[in-house]
Design a protein around this ligand. Structure first.
Ligand code: HEM
Length: 528
């Protein structure tokens, strides 16, 4: 008992010491970034709304400029609100700005320093990233297109049959694609036990890694507590065992498919056939492949839900997209990847959806590893301290009026018409999602971008080719206009379920059915 009291007393003393504001030694001619004044000890912690914090970040940027600082109970944070500054720091100085925040509970106890998304910048991260690159670079991603065509025709067919279940079809589309690519595991209903297990892992990491969930993340000194005095350590061990067991089993199964079915390929077989080329333990590989799902499935499905909302609210834009598709593709077949160079408006609509309603609206923070100075656009030189978390807030970056005039309006033509600052030629290539801020910045940019880009283009074009979307009506015949922003809270954001009416375009349901039968037969199941 005495030992416990002494330990708690010592922890409290350290906590008070850590929270005291420290005097930073500024290099000559520099100043600290400005920011909203904080309260003693907690700083700005209580000023940040628990939900949709990006609205507040945008408001502050109007007062404190495109780069400003916040103090959250002693931890320094810098908010970046323009693309230029995000690129200057996170991309051009990538050797300094590519680490992640220390989250002892999520990174160490839950993931044992193996989860790519949370890893600090260094060799462990780099080795895993090399494998991810080899699984998802542009030329490899092109070979996944036939599978994306199969999965998207199934999603469209089910959307036509039961439009009210649109979230289920988009989730199954993105989850089904990644699980097939990664392990050759087919997803038929989305209710399979292994899908539920993987989803449980995703929910766990979202909960464990969310800010403020565990005291040890704010006060890492608590990691020194012995196991018997630290329930969070026991919880971490239990959760880690559950996820590593799942990831190891999936990896074993994936490798086995390659050995028992000649010609079958998946992420596990690709690694296994060439495993000497990677400096990776089996558990690290199990995490690299296992966590592609958590980073890739929800994000793609969320983007598709925002696409449906955008199309419901902007019928004229949807009609223009359909006109382009009809001209290029005609009425007898569904769009395919070979049409994409001609479908610049489809690409523009998808890009505009990700600008207007970014999936990771708050951005993923990068941590600075060494003190730095930066000359601001207004000529001030600011001192940026090692250990600070830099948040490229996409909500603000995508609303910078200089780059995106009329930022709150959904305007695909900003990518198609030379009168807008974001226009680029040739339209057979631009717009595209390469290096787009919605996918992050610099060395940590989303490694799944090439897969996501193709998943969104093909499904969005097929929805537009086959469906009519309009407002639902009240009994009195009035339009039911869904709210433009009624989004779930959390890390990946998407609109809460909203009403819309959807029916097949004339004669198109039978083409969809024919393509579906060609791809899936009557089995509705694939192994590779
Ligand atoms: C619309 C779909 C997607 C969006 C909007 C998106 C967005 C992002 C963003 C903003 C980041 C953080 C980048 C940074 O720190 O600067 C990220 C990281 C990541 N994404 Fe995606 N992503 C999508 C789809 C995917 C897919 C399909 C995969 C996998 C197949 C994937 C795998 C990952 C991984 C593994 C990371 C962590 C990278 C690292 O920390 O080194 N993402 N993504």
């Amino acid at each position: 008992m005495l030992a416990t009291l002494v330990l708690l007393g010592a922890a409290l003393a350290v906590i008070v010491y850590v929270l005291q504001p420290k005097q930073t030694q500024l290099p000559k001619g520099t100043q600290l970034p400005s920011g909203p004044p904080g309260k003693p000890l907690v700083g700005n912690l209580l000023d940040i709304p628990p939900k949709h914090s990006w609205f507040q970040f945008l408001e502050w940027s109007k007062k404190y400029g495109p780069l400003y600082s916040l103090n959250l109970a002693g931890q320094k944070h810098v908010i970046i609100s323009t693309e230029d500054i995000a690129n200057d720091l996170l991309r051009e100085r990538g050797n300094l700005y590519s680490s992640r925040m220390k989250l002892p509970m999520a990174t160490e106890l839950l993931s044992r320093n193996l989860r790519p998304l949370l890893l600090p910048y260094g060799d462990t991260w780099r080795n895993g990233r090399k494998l991810m690159h080899n699984l998802a670079n542009v030329s490899v991603a092109t070979t996944y297109e036939p599978m994306q065509e199969e999965e998207s025709i199934r999603a469209v067919r089910d959307l036509l049959r039961a439009p009210e279940k649109y979230e289920t079809w988009f989730e199954r589309y993105s989850a089904g694609l990644i699980l097939r690519l990664a392990y050759s595991k087919p997803v038929v209903t989305g209710e399979e036990p292994f899908v539920r297990d993987v989803l449980a892992v995703v929910h766990t990491v979202e909960r464990v890694a969310s800010p403020g969930a565990y005291l040890v993340d704010t006060f890492p000194i608590l990691m020194y507590l012995p196991y018997w005095l630290a329930p969070f350590k026991r919880e971490g061990a239990r959760l880690h065992n559950a996820e590593i067991t799942l990831f190891r089993n999936l990896l074993d199964e994936g490798v086995k498919v390659g050995q028992t079915q000649p010609g079958a390929e998946n992420f596990c077989t690709t690694w296994h056939q060439n495993r000497e080329a990677y400096d990776l333990s089996n558990d690290h590989v199990a995490y690299v492949i296992g966590t592609l799902f958590e980073a890739g499935a929800g994000t793609t499905a969320s983007a598709m839900a925002s696409f449906m909302l955008a199309m419901t609210l902007h019928p004229a834009e949807f009609a223009k997209m359909q006109q382009e598709i009809d001209k290029v593709v005609g009425a007898d077949r569904v769009p395919s990847f070979s049409d994409m160079a001609q479908l610049s408006r489809v690409r523009a609509v998808v890009k505009e959806v990700l600008r207007w309603r970014p999936v990771t609206a708050g951005g993923l923070p990068h941590m600075l590893v060494k003190d730095d100075t930066y000359e601001m656009p207004d000529g001030r030189s600011v001192f940026l301290e090692a250990g600070t978390a830099f948040h490229p807030v996409q909500w603000s970056i995508h609303r910078e009026a200089k780059l995106y005039p009329k930022p709150d309006e959904f305007r695909p033509e900003r990518w198609l018409d030379p009168g807008w600052p974001t226009y680029r030629e040739p339209l057979t290539k631009f717009p595209n999602l390469q290096n787009f801020s919605a996918f992050g910045f610099g060395r940590r940019i989303c490694p799944g971008l090439n897969i996501a880009e193709r998943s969104l283009y093909i499904l969005a074009s097929r929805v537009a080719w086959s469906c009519e979307i309009s407002y639902q009506k009240t009994a009195a015949g009035d339009d039911i206009v869904p709210p433009s922003y009624d989004y779930v809270s959390g890390f990946n954001v998407q609109p809460k379920p909203f009403p819309f009416a959807l029916k097949p375009r004339q004669q198109r349901a039978k083409v969809v059915e024919r393509e579906y039968q060609k791809a899936w037969g009557s089995g509705d199941s694939k192994t590779s």
